[in-house]
Ligand binder design. Structure first.
Ligand SMILES: Cc1cc2nc3c(=O)[nH]c(=O)nc-3n(C[C@H](O)[C@H](O)[C@H](O)COP(=O)(O)OP(=O)(O)OC[C@H]3O[C@@H](n4cnc5c(N)ncnc54)[C@H](O)[C@@H]3O)c2cc1C
Length: 498
């Protein structure tokens, strides 16, 4: 580990803090990693749906899947079901699977549109995990033919606790206390933290995982906030857990578009997480709360909790000796479950830069900041795509979203798709071209002209190929266990650490 940062201090013990402490303690055994958290303040405790990259993190941290699922009441997630986004009564899946080739005569989506045979069903039937999701089935991906990606749902509070145990086992230290003051170095960086009981904590590198408080990067260093609320106007959420009903355990998150936002439904093994993310400029809090309660399919297990936020991020993420990860660095609405992914992404880059040798140069820090800012902007564009293609005009939110001036980067992508069927990708994309296709297709948004190369394949051949692909997917899925059965089998297995 870089000698310049002998003492690493993590501020905050939510998911971001404990992910960071575990990863640092694992990557740099024997180094000094101290995490400060305040039980009095607590953690946000939402953030129950994830992105497939979390499996890479778990692999690096040597986390056994069964142990993790058992400890966090976790379930498998194949993707997200979007209801009512284009129009009332319509639904589609964005899962972590593929639709075969994306361009040329073999492009599945292109031939599917060209032959337009209703017997083929929706394009989603050409995607293995979408078909699995729609039938409530799950099995781990096996070989090339059955390749797909998946993520998890979990209880965010239990997840932080699970990682805490792991981090402490690997040598991280935990200090309980409320930080009330921050002493600065001559160069503007942070020298030490002062706790309410008078103790002080010195450090060389401070990782700010203090949540929306953004104690170091925001409050102390006063790094400006890049506000995305012009494009992503949601700024509140009601969150509420509910009893699990007798219905089958869905292997996906559901996001249902409402009057002034959308509602999430996240199935855990013991309960269901519900929430309503909304724009307070279009609906009052009480009405939004009622809409959440009307969406819930089980008895509430607690009073709904209101959370307030602004979408966007700090201009820079690493300033002096402070690096912010998690909500302290920024937040995009949780539509595509990308917050924990962004923590992981920042953390991975940070660990690379902390490898033994000289301290990261100013250029390296600047490249880190540019890269994180780009990732936020790319994901912002992807989330915005879900809204701006809507055909809904039934409320102020949807009318505003359908007519808004888009960021140039997104406007260009939409133009490239509409004009030429090209799924343009920039650097630092969080979502690949297949994911973009899933949203375009789900929102019934297609290029103006068909790719002439599609005609290289006779229509009969194309039709036969699509029926074959769909039938093969259907028979593979029919042989899979239900999500409930599969999960039960995994939970019954003892993990490596048991
Ligand atoms: C409505 C909503 C839904 C979300 N859904 C998802 C989702 O589905 N998927 C996803 O990936 N993400 C989601 N997120 C984001 C996710 O919740 C967070 O990214 C994740 O939980 C990490 O939070 P955190 O660790 O940054 O902050 P927190 O969990 O808030 O932790 C902050 C820590 O800092 C400590 N702290 C703060 N001030 C002090 C102080 N003065 N002294 C000492 N300690 C202090 C607190 O005690 C706490 O330990 C959602 C967020 C919201 C708001």
């Amino acid at each position: 580990m870089s000698k310049a940062y002998k003492r690493m201090v993590v501020v905050g013990g939510g998911a971001a803090g404990w992910m960071t402490a575990t990863a640092l303690a694992t990557a740099f055994p024997g180094s000094s990693v101290e995490l400060v958290e305040s039980e009095e303040i607590g953690i946000i405790g939402v953030g129950e749906a994830t992105f497939p990259s979390i499996r890479n993190l778990h692999k690096l941290l040597d986390i056994d899947e069964a142990d993790f699922l058992r400890a966090t009441n976790g379930t498998y997630k194949l993707g997200i079901e979007f209801c009512n986004w284009r129009a009332h009564g319509e639904r589609y899946f964005h899962t972590f699977g593929d639709f075969g080739a994306l361009s040329g005569p073999l492009a599945v989506w292109g031939q599917h549109r060209r032959v337009a045979d209703p017997a083929l069903g929706p394009l989603g039937d050409q995607c293995l995990p979408s078909m699995m999701a729609s039938q409530g089935r799950f099995q781990l991906p096996s070989d090339q033919a059955n390749a797909f990606n998946y993520a998890y749902h979990f209880d965010a509070v239990l997840y932080a606790g699970f990682l805490r145990t792991l981090a402490l086992k690997r040598g991280a230290r935990r200090t309980e206390g409320r930080i009330v003051d921050v002493a600065r170095r001559a160069d503007g960086g942070v020298a030490r933290l002062k706790l309410a009981d008078g103790r002080t904590i010195d450090g060389d590198l401070f990782i700010d995982c203090s949540g929306f408080a953004s104690l170091l990067l925001g409050r102390t260093l006063e790094e400006p906030f890049v506000d995305f609320s012009h494009w992503l106007p949601v700024d509140r959420a009601w969150a509420c857990p509910a009893e699990r009903t007798g219905t089958a355990l869905a292997p996906y998150t559901r996001a249902t578009a409402l009057e002034a936002g959308w509602a999430w439904r996240i199935p855990l093994s013991n309960r269901t997480g519900h929430g309503h993310v909304f724009a307070s400029r279009y609906i009052d809090e009480e009405r939004a709360r009622d809409q959440l309660l009307a969406q819930m399919d089980g008895e509430p297990l607690a009073e709904p909790r209101l959370l307030r936020f602004t979408t966007g991020h700090r201009e820079r993420f690493w300033v002096h000796n402070v690096v912010a990860l998690g909500l302290s660095s920024g937040f995009l609405e949780p539509l595509e479950s990308t917050s924990i992914f962004l923590v992981q992404s920042g953390l991975g880059r940070l660990i690379e830069l902390l490898q033994p040798g000289p301290a990261p140069t100013a250029q390296m820090v600047s490249a880190y900041n540019t890269s994180m800012a780009r990732q936020f902007a790319r994901i912002r564009d992807f989330i915005l795509l879900h809204y701006c293609l809507t055909a809904r005009r039934d409320s102020k939110l949807w009318r505003a979203m359908s007519t808004m001036e888009l960021p140039e980067t997104l406007a260009f992508k939409i133009h490239a798709w509409r004009q030429a069927g090209v799924l343009h990708q920039y650097d630092e994309e969080g979502f690949d071209a297949t994911s973009w296709l899933a949203i375009h297709a789900g929102m019934d948004h297609w290029p103006d002209r068909a790719d002439p190369s599609l005609r290289d394949m006779p229509p009969d051949t194309a039709l036969r190929g699509l029926h074959l692909r769909r039938d093969q997917i259907a028979s593979t899925v029919a042989a899979m266990p239900t999500h409930d059965d599969f999960l039960r089998g995994v939970l019954a297995r003892r993990g490596l650490n048991n």
